[in-house]
Every structure is written in structure tokens, then in C-alpha cells.
Design a protein around this ligand. Structure first.
Ligand code: CO
Length: 157
């Protein structure tokens, strides 16, 4: 296991369309493990491969609910419904938090670390995290969707 350096904004790789993963090999498994350790170390709930300098469609999410650790390879949102507005941050924008509108429900189709397809349905905060990470894989940053930024005192407590 290794803690990887996190790429912070501005960086070209954060705004690039990521390449699909084609090889499900030992290197991918190592990257997934390192990304998870890096996310936990940074107190994050999600991390996308471009944030550790890899322009591939790979993300990890763990919002601390019953779903636990989620690994997403080549993910697609195949259904989205409803609306939620809430605070969002990003490990590539330390200390920055903004209000972002997201779908309240998403259905995601992705591959696991072995290349097997699976479907995940999520609502609320997990749905928000999934949308944020999948955006990263398309070079879309949450700052492009912020309705308003929070002042530091609004986030205390
Ligand atoms: Co982010």
C-alpha cells in the first residue's frame, strides 16, 4: 500500500476526458488499493484516478454507509432522477466548499476490479459522491457546478 500525491487544481489532467480501462491486471488492483488508502488518509469520501495523475476511468468511493468500499471502472450513469442541493468539496480543491445541485437518485453501471459488470443504485449523499467522481472521469470539476461558495464560518461545527 502507498499514499499517492493528490493533484490539486490547476492541472491539465483534472480537465481531461479519461481513457477507458481495458486491462484488468495486477497494476490496476495496486492502483485501486493505493487510491483507497490515499482517499482514507486524506479524509475523503471519493477519489478519481486523474486526481492521482492517472487519466483513466477509475474511481473509488466510500461514504461510510452500508455500501462500504466501492470501486468503479469505466462507470456510466444510466439513470438519474430527482434533485438535491447540498455542500460539496474535492480533494483537489483543499478548503473549498460550494453548494452543488445533483440528481437525488442515480443508477450506475460499471466494472469491478476483475472486469465484471455490476449495477449500483444510490440516493442522497452516495448518489452525490458517485456523480462527483464520475464527473472527474469526464474532466468536469465540481467548481463548474457550484451555485455559491461557502464562507469558512458557515462550515464550522
Ligand atoms: Co473531486
Amino acid at each position: 500500500m502507498a499514499i499517492l500525491p493528490i493533484v490539486t487544481y490547476p492541472a491539465d489532467i483534472l480537465e481531461k476526458q479519461c481513457e477507458p480501462v481495458k486491462r484488468f491486471d495486477h497494476q490496476l488492483i495496486k492502483l485501486l488499493n493505493d487510491m483507497y488508502d490515499t482517499m482514507i488518509d486524506a479524509d475523503g469520501v471519493g477519489l478519481a484516478a486523474p486526481q492521482v495523475g492517472v487519466a483513466k476511468q477509475i474511481a473509488v468511493v466510500d461514504v461510510g454507509d452500508e455500501h462500504g468500499r466501492i470501486e468503479l471502472i469505466n462507470p456510466r450513469i444510466i439513470e438519474a432522477r430527482g434533485e438535491q442541493v447540498g455542500p460539496e468539496g474535492c480533494l483537489s480543491f483543499p478548503g473549498l466548499f460550494g453548494e452543488v445541485k445533483r440528481a437525488n437518485y442515480v443508477k450506475v453501471r460499471a466494472q469491478d476490479r476483475h472486469g465484471r459488470l455490476f449495477t449500483l443504485k444510490a440516493t442522497g449523499f452516495l448518489a452525490r459522491a458517485l456523480q462527483h467522481e464520475i464527473d472527474h472521469l469526464n474532466g468536469i470539476l465540481f467548481t463548474s457546478k457550484v451555485i455559491r461558495y461557502y464562507e469558512p464560518e458557515e462550515l464550522e461545527g
